[in-house]
Every structure is written in C-alpha cells, then in structure tokens.
Ligand binder design. Sequence first.
Ligand SMILES: Cc1cc2nc3c(=O)[nH]c(=O)nc-3n(C[C@H](O)[C@H](O)[C@H](O)COP(=O)(O)O)c2cc1C
Length: 168
Amino acid sequence: MKKPITSDDAEDCFSGFPVVLATVAGTKDNIITLAMCHVFSVKPPYIGVGISPKRFSYSMFTKSKDFGINIPDKHMVKPTDICGTKSGRRVDKFEAAGLTREKAEKISAPLIAECPVNIECVKIKRIKAGDHTWFVGEIVAARKKEGYDRLDSLLYWGDYRVIGNKVK
Ligand SMILES: Cc1cc2nc3c(=O)[nH]c(=O)nc-3n(C[C@H](O)[C@H](O)[C@H](O)COP(=O)(O)O)c2cc1C
C-alpha cells in the first residue's frame, strides 16, 4: 500500500544527485558546491546548474558569460563540503578548501586542478524555476584524468555517497 507524502518527502525519495564544484570568474573567482546539475541537451551538449538567488555566487553567474563544472571524487568530500558551506562573500574558497586554480582553455572561469574532470561551459540560457535559477551552458571544452572512474564520483542528498551496484 502507498501513502500520500509531502513534496519535501517526495524529493527525499531520490537516491541522490551528482555533486559538482562550479567555478565562476568575477572580481574574485568563486567556487560553489551544487547538487542541482543536469544534462539539458545531448546535441548540442548543454548542462544546467540550479543556483538559489540567496547565494553570493548567484550574481556572479548572472553576470558571467561562462562557468566551469568540476567533478570531485570520493577523496574530495572535505573541500567539497567547505565550498558548500562557506561563502565567497567572506573567503577565497580556493584557499579555504586547499584547491588549486587551473586555467581553462576557452572560458574565463578558473578550473580546479584536483578534480578529475573539468568541463567548460558558455552560458546560453537562464531559466527561473521557483526558488532556484538554472544557468544552462554549452560545453565548449572538457578534460578528464586518465583512469578516471565515474563510480568514484559523489552523490548527495542529505549525505555524501558513491553510486551503488549495477543492476542491468
Ligand atoms: C552537497 C551540497 C550541495 C549543494 N547544492 C546546491 C545547489 O544545487 N544549489 C544551490 O544554490 N546551493 C547548493 N548548495 C549550497 C551552496 O553550495 C552553499 O550555500 C554555498 O556556501 C554558497 O556559496 P557562495 O555564498 O559563495 O555562493 C549545496 C551545498 C552542499 C554542501
């Protein structure tokens, strides 16, 4: 038997969402941890990130022409959590999280050297949806560390996890 649940409980039913560290350029570069990140189109390749207008990063994403999506792995929970709990309003998150800036090939946003995957996106669309705004970007360049295993990437929904067993 199934019982009605609240919208909060419904959202909690998901096993988790991929965690990324999004980077953006500004007077001071910033990093924000996001679990709202999804592929919006395959051809052309679009990725969207959902950011609350309450975040310091929000106006940076609004002003910037591009952003970076950096995928951390399971060994990077600490810096990922720092970038998701501290604000760029007060700290330099590269310093606070002990992360290294890497120059991107095609965008102004910096990338994160420690992340095994770096994706460069040029912003093409902004979609306001309730309490988050989705910034959709086209992938213009990407790089991946040799031997990267996506099973080592992080999921988040209340706690950090790695992906489970293959069922098919
Ligand atoms: C695992 C995790 C996932 C998060 N996902 C999102 C998200 O998808 N969208 C969002 O607006 N904030 C998200 N946050 C919150 C921001 O990362 C957090 O408020 C951050 O400190 C904002 O930084 P800023 O003030 O430099 O913009 C998440 C935090 C954590 C720890």
